[in-house]
Design a protein around this ligand. Sequence first.
Ligand SMILES: [Cu+2]
Length: 390
Amino acid sequence: MSTHTASGPTHIGRRREPGRGMSPFAAVVVLLLAFAVGALVIAAIVAAQAADEARDDVSSGAAATAAPVHDHSSHAATANQALPLESFAGKTGANAEALAKAHAAYDATLPPVPPGDLVKIHMTLKDMVVEIAPGVKYNTWAFDGHGAPGPILHVREGQTVEMTLTNGGSIPHSIDFHAARIAPNVAFTDVAPGDSFTFRFKASDPGVFMYHCGTKPVLAHIANGMYGALVVDPATPLPKADRSYVLVASEWYLNGDGVGTPASLDMAKARAMTPDWTTFNGYANQYVTHPLTANPGETVRLYVVAAGPTLDTNFHVVGTIFDRAWVNGDMTQFQHGVQTVGVPAGGGAVFDVKIDDVGLYPFVSHAFAHVDLGQVGLLKIGNAKGTMSH
Ligand SMILES: [Cu+2]
C-alpha cells in the first residue's frame, strides 16, 4: 500500500516518514491518500468476488428461465450484470400520471363464496407481460392469465377445494396452498408445460392464506408473480363488514427499467433483497390513483397477504386505528385498537376499520421504503377530494 502511495502523482507521497517535517495540511493529504488507496484495494476485492457471484447468477438465472432446477455445474462465461446493482426504482414511462390513470386497477373486491361443498378451481398458467408501474413492463409467469397476483379465491371453512392447474407456460410450475394440510410432495408437484394436474384439500382452517408456485427456485417463481390469496371464511361468521378488500403485497426485482423492453427478474437483486418496486396487488400506487372506497361509518375489512418473495409488510392505515386485527390470520381472536401489524412474508392478517369522517386514508407498509417504492394506496371515505402525500 505504501508503494502505491509512493508512486502517486504528488511529491508528498515519496516521503518514507510522512509525519516528519511536513506541514499539517500535507500530513492530512497523505492520510487521505492512504485511506483512498485502502478503499480502492477493498473495492477491488469486493468487485472480484461480486463478479464471481454475478457469473453464478447469470448461470442460475438462465437455469431459472429454462428449467426450474439450479445447475451450478455450468458457469456462463459472460457476466453482464453491472455492479453495484443498478436500481430502477421510481423509473416510470413518460406521462406517468396519465399512464397511472389509464391503468385498470386490480379489482381488490373479495368475491363471493361459491355454493356447495365442493369448490372447483381451474387455473391456466401463462407467460405474459404485465405493467407493474406506470409504463413499466415485466415478464411474469402468471396464474390464470391475471398477471400478479393471481385470482382472489374465497371459500368457507369446511368446503373442499378441487384445484386443477393447467400449465400453459414454457417451464414446469406448481401451486402450493398455505391453507391446505396435505403432503406437498404429492399435491404441490411440478406440472410440465402442456399438462394438467388436479388435487383436493379441505379448507379446514379459516383465515387469509397465500398460495404460490413452489417450483425451484421458489424465489424466482414468486418474484415472477406466481402468488395470490385464498380467503377462508370461518364457519361461525365474522362480525358484519360492509366492504371487503384483498391486498397482496409483493416486491419486484428488475434487470432493466422495463420502460422500452419488458424487464425480467434480476436474481442478484432478489437475493440482495433490493427491490425496484413494491406493490399492493402487483402495480405500484394503483390505489392512490384508483382508491378503494367506502361510505362514512361503514366497516371495511381488509385481507392482507404478504407474498414477498422475501419482505414483510407492516400494515397501517393512516388516520385511523384498527378496530379489529386478526393478527397472523388467527381468526379465533382479534386485537382491538392497534396501529400497525406486521404481516410476514408468506403470512396474512385481517383488519377492520370503521371510519366516520369523509377523507382520504392511506394504507401503507409503514416500513416507509416500501411506500417510496409503491406500496401505498388510498381508502376514500365518502366524497373526499384532494390528494395525499403519503
Ligand atoms: Cu412457477
